[in-house]
Design a protein around this ligand. Structure first.
Ligand code: PLP
Length: 468
């Protein structure tokens, strides 16, 4: 494709995307295709001869669009947000256009330096601990996902606990990690990847609000130590996936300090709420964390993938993950004058993800981000108030952020059927969880274009369908 052809097709594609956003509400939110429907329409072999771009776009319209679940619809309330925005899409496009591989500072200085600066901006914008800044003892790096951020935290925690010997000699069979019964499964996956058996992952019980019980954590730590185990990692969560529960970070952090255990805080889904000062009390105790992750690719209008991962002491993370083969050696690295983000995560190669986050922050400004996030939480609270006054539905709890968990007072079967019908209608999409053996509907409010009218219409539809 020549630059001239690229310009022509690119303009058409931008128009196509703009049209899509104008019409996204008209699509059934949840794709209605059956397993195999898309694949059977695709040719069994790759084309021998190159094809015109028009032919590809025609197939996008005909074959691909029916198989899309519209995460960007303002009527998407399922799972969690994966919201995006114009500036983010353009940042992603620019990153692809530049085609930069930013594994080392030297392989594109702007890629590294913009990332460090944007990560430091966020520390101030979100009231995060100042020592998370790259200019202080800690530092921030953009990871692909919260799952890989948790893995990096687990690896650093293991190295610190074993005086930097586990990379050399392999895993100690005495190390144990701690999560709550509500912690996201990504930590369990990290434990498996590290070769620590899941029989050494303790799932600590939660209270009536689904938050970790600190006294149960401390009891388990003591019991394990008495039995010769070595606690090395605890994960606390701000905004659990099932119900948005908030673990008591301060109490957990103090326990971790007392027993010299790495404290990771996962706020993948709800961390963006910290842009609004009025919700920062939920993050009290984050000062005690050794590492922290939240996902702009969920709720901060930045398209997938973009996870912000911070550590309190970057030297530990770097020492854990550093390798310097001959072919990567360069003057800037050897002088120690720069950050080489290759040492901050598992993979070597890395994209220029900071561009889209930079565009988003500059487009909205801190003020704009506060407004939109505050609006989503206000809408969630409004929905919660409607549920509370309804005779037929019950609310799980007051939503701390933007996730509302509720159910019809009838049976679990009824609620499952209701969810199924709502989703098949194509008018909204919501998902469920099971808490203490009971089935709950979850409505996550945070899509970029979701407004009061969408939430009000969704609630009306839910009530109407329940009556039917
Ligand atoms: N942690 C929490 C609390 C989550 O809700 C999720 C995703 O739902 C994750 C971690 C995993 O996020 P990622 O897809 O970025 O690995």
């Amino acid at each position: 494709m020549t630059p001239g052809q690229f310009r022509e097709e690119g303009k058409k594609l931008i128009d196509w995307i703009a049209d899509y956003y104008e019409q996204v509400e008209n699509y059934p939110v949840l794709s209605t295709v059956q397993p195999g429907d898309i694949r059977k329409q695709l040719p069994p072999q790759a084309p021998e001869k190159g094809e015109p771009f028009d032919a590809m776009m025609s197939d996008v319209n005909k074959l691909i669009m029916p198989g899309i679940t519209h995460w960007q619809s303002p009527n998407f309330f399922a799972y969690f947000q994966s919201n995006t925005s114009g500036p983010s899409i353009l940042g992603e496009l620019l990153s692809a256009g530049l085609g930069v591989q930013g594994m080392l500072w030297a392989t594109s200085p702007a890629c590294t330096e913009l990332e460090s600066q944007v990560m430091d901006w966020l520390v101030d914008m979100m009231g995060l601990p100042a020592h998370f800044k790259t200019t202080a003892s800690g530092g921030g790096v953009i990871q692909d996902t919260a799952s890989n951020a948790a893995l990096a935290a687990l690896l650093a925690a293991r190295e610190r606990k074993t005086n930097f010997s586990s990379n050399l000699t392999g895993e100690s069979s005495r190390l144990v990690a701690y999560v709550s019964t509500q912690t996201h499964s990504s930590v369990e996956k990290g434990i498996k990847v590290m070769g620590i058996g899941t029989n050494r992952l303790r799932k600590i019980e939660v209270d009536e609000h689904f938050a970790m019980r600190p006294e149960a954590l401390e009891n388990q730590l003591k019991k394990d130590m008495k039995n010769g185990f070595i606690p090395f990692f605890v994960c606390g969560t701000v905004g659990t996936t099932s119900s948005n529960a908030v673990d008591p970070l301060r109490e957990i952090g103090e326990i971790c300090k007392k027993y010299d255990v790495w404290f990771h805080v996962d706020a993948a889904m709800s961390g963006t709420a910290a842009v609004c000062p009025e919700f920062r009390s939920h993050f009290d105790g984050l000062q005690l964390a050794d590492s922290y992750a939240f996902n702009p690719h969920k709720w901060m209008f930045t398209n997938f993938d973009c996870d912000c991962f911070y550590v309190a002491d970057k030297a530990i993370l770097i020492k854990t993950l550093s390798i310097l083969p001959e072919y990567l050696k360069n003057e800037a690295t050897e002088k120690g004058a720069v950050i080489d983000y290759r040492d901050w995560h598992v993979q070597l190669g890395r994209r220029f993800r900071a561009l889209k986050l930079w565009f988003v922050i500059r487009h909205y400004g801190a003020e704009g981000l506060r407004y939109h996030i505050g609006e989503h939480i206000r809408l969630a609270r409004e929905l919660a108030s409607w549920i509370k006054t309804s005779a037929d539905f019950e609310l799980l709890n007051e939503p701390p952020f933007n996730l509302v968990c509720f159910r019809h007072k009838a049976s679990d079967e009824f609620n499952k059927k209701l969810m199924d019908r709502l989703n098949k209608s194509g008018r909204i999409y919501l998902t469920h969880t099971v808490l203490n053996g009971t089935f709950w509907l979850r409505m996550s409010i945070g899509q970029t274009q979701t407004k009061q009218e969408h939430v009000a219409r969704a609630w009306e539809l839910i009530r109407e369908m329940a009556k039917q």
